[in-house]
Structures are given as C-alpha cells and as structure tokens.
Design a protein around this ligand. Structure first.
Ligand code: ADP
Ligand code: MG
Length: 683
C-alpha cells in the first residue's frame, strides 16, 4: 500500500510506546497518524563514526569522544546528590555531570572503564564539562548504528523516545510500503525502494546511505507535484478555447504606428507567443514575466487588441489590477492609446457609483465593451459578460488561486488567461509552482534607459541625500519618499502595549511625520503631497493625477506606490528604513524611477545602529539592478512563500524537498512527469 494509506490499516496506538500521553505530545509535532510519524524526518544526524579528541570540543556542537574513566565523585546532598565522572583521553581531561540520572549511570560506569561519550562540552569553573551527553550504548553498536537521527522535538519528548517510536513504527509496517516513483526511474537512478528509503532516512548506516534515501524521497515529492501539474496541463490542451478568426493583426499594427517608440525585441517576442496562443484554439494560460519597467502593460494591450480582432463582434477582454490606483492608471493609458483605434474602453471598480455602474454592467452583458479595466470588482457576482474572451491579471501574485479561478469561470467558454508578474520569479520556483503554465519572459529594457544609480546611506547622513534630491528637483524632476509606516501609533497598536514595541516604533520614521518635516523644513520651496492607504480613493486619484502632471514635486508615501505606478519624470526614489523592506519590495519601489530618458537615483536609508547582515542585504540592491538576481537572493533569505504571494505558497508544502537547493532533482522529476502525463518525452 502507499504510505498515505497506512493509517487505514495501522493505528498509531499499535506502535509500541505510543500511549495516550505520548500521542498527545506527538500532536504538537503535527503527528496524528502513523504516516505522519514515518515522515517526521530527522533534521540531521549525530555522527558517531568519527572520534574527536576532547581538546577539540569547540569544533562541533557535539563531539563523540573515547575516554577512560579516572574516578567518580558525588556532590550535593539528599535528592540533589549528583554524580560527577572524571574522564580523560590523550588530549584532555573532562568531567561528566550526571544530573537526574546519577544512580543509573553510577551502576553502569566503573573506574578505568573505556567509554564512548557523545555530548556538548564547555568550560566551566576551570574545567571541561558536559552535562548533556549520551553514552554510546552497546545496543547502538550492535545495530551498527553510528549515525543517529536528530528530530525536531517538542517539550516533554526526548530524542530517544522519538527514535524508539519511529523504529517501532518502521518495524510494524515499513515492509508494506509501496513505491511511488516509477520502477524505471528507481532503476535508472539506483534509488532504494520506498520501504528501504524510509528505514535509511531514519537510521542510516552511512552518510552515503542517508543521502541516497533523502534524494529518492525528494525526487518522489517533486515528481508527484510535477505530475499533478503536468496532468492538468495535458487536460488543458484538450479544452477548446473560443474559436478565433484569422487575424491580420491590423489593430496591433495600428497601435505600433501610434506609439512614440518601438516595442523592444523582448516585447515583440512575447506578443508573438501570445498571438500564437490565441490562434491555436487552446485556452492560453501564460505567465508574462519581465523586470519592473520592461513594458508589460503594453504587451497586455497588444494581447487585448488581438482578441478583439480575432473574436469578431461581442468579445470582451478584461484587465484586472490589484489596486484602484493601478487600475485607473491602466484605464487612462488604454483610453489614450486604444480608443483612437475604435476600441471601447470602460473602467470598473467597487467605488463606481450606482447609476453609471448600472449602465456599465448593461453594456458588459450586451457585449458593447471591448476592454474593461478594473480591480477585482470586475468579477463580483453582479457582473455578467456576454462573451469574455481574455482575462489579463496584472501583478498576479497579489491574487490567490481561488480568485483567479472565479475569474476564469466568468467566461461561457474558457477564456484565455494572461498573468503578469511584477516580481520576477526565479526559474526554479516558477517550475515548481507554475509548472503547467507557459511562460514568456520579456528580455531587455526599452531603449535609451540608463541604469538606476543606487546609494546606501545611514539615517544620520539624511541631509546629504536631501541635497542630492534637491538638485534633481531643481532640474524639474520629481521624487518619491517612501516610509514603512503611515503613523507611529499604527505600529505600536499592532504590537500591543509592550514597552519595547512602542520604543521601537518611536525610533521608526513614519510618512505622516516625515511629510510634515519635508514640507515645512527640508523642501519648503516645493509642492509636496502625502499618499497612503487610508486616504480615500477619490483623494488618492487627485493626488496621483497632480503628481503625474508634475504639479507636485515630491510624493511622500508608504509602499502603496510599490505596485505599477508609472511617472517617467520622477528620478529620485528615497526609501527610509530600507532595512524594513524585503528585497523584492525594494526592487519594485526602485522600479518607480528610471522610467524616462534621464538618469535616476535610488537612496536606501537605514538606521544608524545597523547590523552587518542588514547592510549586506541592502548591498545586494546596490550591486544589482536585475530583478531576477534579486529575486533569487530574496528566495534564499525569505523562502518561496514570500515571493509567490497569497495562496500560491500553500501549493509549496514540501517536506524534504527544497526547489532552490534541489534544482537538479527537480529538473529530472519534471522531465519524467512530462513523459508520464503526455506519453512522450519533452521536446
Ligand atoms: P512594467 O513592466 O513594470 O509593468 P510598464 O508597462 O509600466 O512596465 O512600462 C514602463 C514604462 O515604459 C511606461 O512608461 C511605458 O510607456 C514605457 N514603455 C513601454 N514599452 C516601451 C518601449 N518599447 N520603449 C520605450 N518605453 C516603453
Ligand atoms: Mg506593471
């Protein structure tokens, strides 16, 4: 039977040692059945194969030493009476303090015995000591177990208890466990069978054996994940998309003619791939990746034009953005660029008032709109589409899988789906999580862009940064100042009333306070505006509009400007408390500048009492302008959940596997899964 089917036959209570008390403790480790127990994998192994001289005690957390017992001594009184065993090897002398097990150890240790001891040693009261140690028992030796598993524990449960439990569970049912990796792969890779891999991963005889067992279990996890993705992909290829008329790409050509610039090669390549998808008759599911500022929006407009042309009358494309600010910006761009081509553009958010909303909904349901732009309101229950042909999702990582699915269901037939990602997703991660999507990557940036200069500055050097910004403002350029908080009280309230939290928040600059300071003291000669999430939508719109038109010189904000905002005349991005932001967020923020022909600057300011680690992280921003490089670094620091965003990380509940570390295995698993799902090897 399969491992996950074991609990149907074997109860946890049948495992020797797993009484009700122990079972209650196991629950705290998320172990509620026998399969959970067997997949509670060791974090590491205690190596009892190599003898370390006592004098080298500092080289490892625990050492395995071989020594002779010099003498035994008792100290303390009554129930506190404790045995101390003095030992010696050729390098040093040490004492073992036998707290809590003196009587027992007194019985089994005799003077001039040769013992093997595994433990943590330290200097105390002028002598080398250990109070957390293990004697290597004869039983371990007899089992040939030189490597002992070290498990994640919970209070009340010891390594030894868990070891015994898992050993008993293995004895009870390991033999019954079937392979889940195809037999051919097991043979090709010289993998152990699952039943052996389970024993080896817990109680390996050698490092080599442990390694091979882990490798096969990692492969199995990734293979199963990829197989599910590939099966979905194979099924999708059988779905029919709404039929497409042959397109001469007339609308796309007309847009190209209207643009003051040429599409980059990368943009053209992506447009070509999308056109091919639309012509194929199979619903597109494509992730459009491109670094911030690479011009994804325009590619999505091109996709909309193609759908409008290919679907004849009544076909609608919908473009959804995560914030109203961004949706409005897209709608305004679409109006400027597409309406002159005869495209009927509409804008829909939750804030549109009732009368015009009713008209809009009527127009959508009768198919009188070609492109509708909006927030998730595009897919509320009362919105009906006559013929939804293409759904474009900007900043897709902001939406959960659920939301995406509810959107696709709005189409009578399955609409094409184009997802855009602002955070470049490292390839390894993209393969693991989105293995069944097609991916287009826009390579390269629009011509004539200068790389953004990034500077790090300590808070106490703020005046220098402000002067650098003033020079830019003087040239007629604009600047963003970004802060992690809206107001100080916000953070304090969130953290509760603890003193340290409020002190911490008191140290942190907020955008409301900074706005006061910047407008009154630092740049009194320039118009400054404040923008954050608690300002109402209409006001936000006006603020953004004034900034876009250049009427305000400085925009003080929280990370609301992180996503998508596009004002090419802005050349300075100042981020205070940069240490508070993730690398991907910093990269997004930085991407708000460098969008025009002028040189742009990003100033990352950090607290004076910084840690080296903090500074090293920010240095990555200084060294690289490449979103993919930064995302890889971010992935190493923060793990996949943070990068993929809402909902998508749940997908990544892997046990032993780590797609970043295990790329080589992932690649093989992916190819094998493809072959299994499509019944032919990948191209
Ligand atoms: P992102 O990929 O980050 O969403 P946008 O779509 O917002 O980027 O585009 C960034 C800016 O670049 C916009 O001002 C856009 O008009 C401009 N742009 C897009 N494509 C080109 C191009 N081929 N040449 C010059 N500028 C371009
Ligand atoms: Mg964008």
């Amino acid at each position: 039977m399969l491992l996950r089917e074991l609990p149907g036959t074997f109860k946890l209570s049948e495992v020797k040692g797993a009484g009700p008390k122990t079972a209650a403790l196991l629950v705290k480790l998320d172990i509620s059945n026998i399969a959970d127990l067997l997949t509670h994998y060791p974090r590491e192994y205690e190596d009892r194969t190599v003898i370390t001289p006592l004098a080298d005690y500092f080289k490892k957390k625990n050492i395995f030493a071989e020594a002779v017992v010099l003498r035994k001594e008792w100290f303390g009184f009554g129930r506190q009476r404790t045995l101390k065993v003095y030992i010696e090897d050729s390098s040093a002398r040490a004492s073992l303090v036998c707290f809590g097990r003196s009587a027992y150890l007194d019985k089994i240790i005799e003077t001039s015995d040769k013992i093997k001891v595994f433990g943590h040693f330290y200097y105390k009261y002028g002598e080398l000591q250990s109070s957390s140690f293990d004697l290597s028992s004869h039983q371990d030796a007899a089992n040939g177990r030189a490597l002992l598993p070290v498990y994640p524990l919970t209070e009340g449960l010891t390594q030894n208890t868990l070891r015994r439990l898992i050993q008993n569970a293995l004895a009870l049912c390991a033999e019954k466990v079937d392979d889940e990796i195809p037999a051919a792969v097991i043979e090709r890779e010289h993998f152990p069978h699952k039943k052996d891999a389970l024993v080896s991963v817990h109680f390996p005889k050698t490092e080599e054996e442990a390694h091979k067992a882990r490798e096969s279990l990692i492969y199995e996890e990734l293979y199963k994940l990829q197989l599910a993705l590939m099966r979905r992909a194979a099924a999708r290829k059988k779905d029919a998309a709404p039929p497409a008329r042959k397109s001469a790409h007339t609308l796309q050509h007309r847009l190209r003619e209207r643009l003051p610039f040429r599409l980059t090669e990368g943009q053209e390549a992506a447009v070509g791939e999308i056109n091919a998808d639309i012509a194929s008759g199979i619903p597109m599911e494509r992730l459009l990746q491109g670094d911030v500022g690479s011009g994804k929006t325009l590619v999505s407009f091109m996709a909309a034009l193609e759908i409008i042309e290919a679907s004849g009358t009544g076909g609608t494309a919908a473009l959804m953005a995560p914030t109203e600010l961004l949706a409005r910006q897209h709608a305004e761009n679409a109006a400027v660029l597409l309406e002159p081509l005869g495209v009927r553009v509409a804008f829909l958010t939750g804030n549109i008032v009732s009368k015009s909303r009713r008209n809009l909904l009527a127009a959508l349901s009768s198919g009188d709109i070609d492109l509708v732009v909006g927030t998730h309101a595009l897919f509320s229950d009362d919105v009906k589409y006559k013929n939804l042909r293409l759904v474009i999702i900007d900043e897709q990582h902001r939406f959960g899988i659920e939301q995406r699915q509810s959107i696709v269901r709005k189409g009578a037939e399955k609409p094409h789906l184009l997802m855009m990602s602002a955070t470049p997703i490292p390839r390894t991660l993209a393969l693991t999580a989105f293995g069944d999507w097609d991916v287009s990557v826009i390579k390269g940036m629009p011509h004539g862009r200068l790389p953004i200069e990034t500077h790090l500055a300590r808070e106490s050097n703020a005046a220098k940064v402000y002067e650098a910004v003033r020079k830019e403002l003087h040239k007629g350029h604009q600047a963003y100042f970004v802060y992690p908080l809206i107001e100080k009280k916000e953070e304090t309230e969130k953290k509760g009333e603890t003193l340290s939290a409020s002190l911490y928040a008191a140290d942190l600059k907020d955008c409301t306070g900074a706005y006061e300071d910047l407008s009154k003291r630092v740049f009194p000669e320039y118009p400054i505006a404040l923008l954050h999430s608690q300002i109402d939508e209409e006001e936000k719109r006006l603020i953004m509009e004034r900034f876009r038109k250049g009427e305000t010189a400085v925009l003080v904000a929280t990370s609301v400007v992180e996503v998508g905002v596009d004002v090419p005349n802005a050349t300075c991005m100042v981020i205070e408390h940069a240490e508070r932001f993730g690398l991907s967020a910093l990269h997004q923020l930085r991407g708000r500048v460098g969008r025009g022909p002028a040189q742009s600057y990003c100033f990352l300011m950090y607290i004076d009492n910084y840690t080296e680690e903090m500074r090293d992280r920010l240095l990555i921003m200084h060294k690289s302008n490449d979103g993919f490089v930064i995302a890889e670094e971010d992935l190493k620091i923060r793990g996949p959940g943070q990068i993929l965003g809402t909902g998508q990380s749940g997908f990544m509940k892997l046990g032993l596997a780590d797609p970043v570390r295990d790329t080589a295995i992932l690649k093989k698993a992916r190819e094998d899964a493809y072959t299994a799902a499509f019944e032919r090897p990948p191209k």
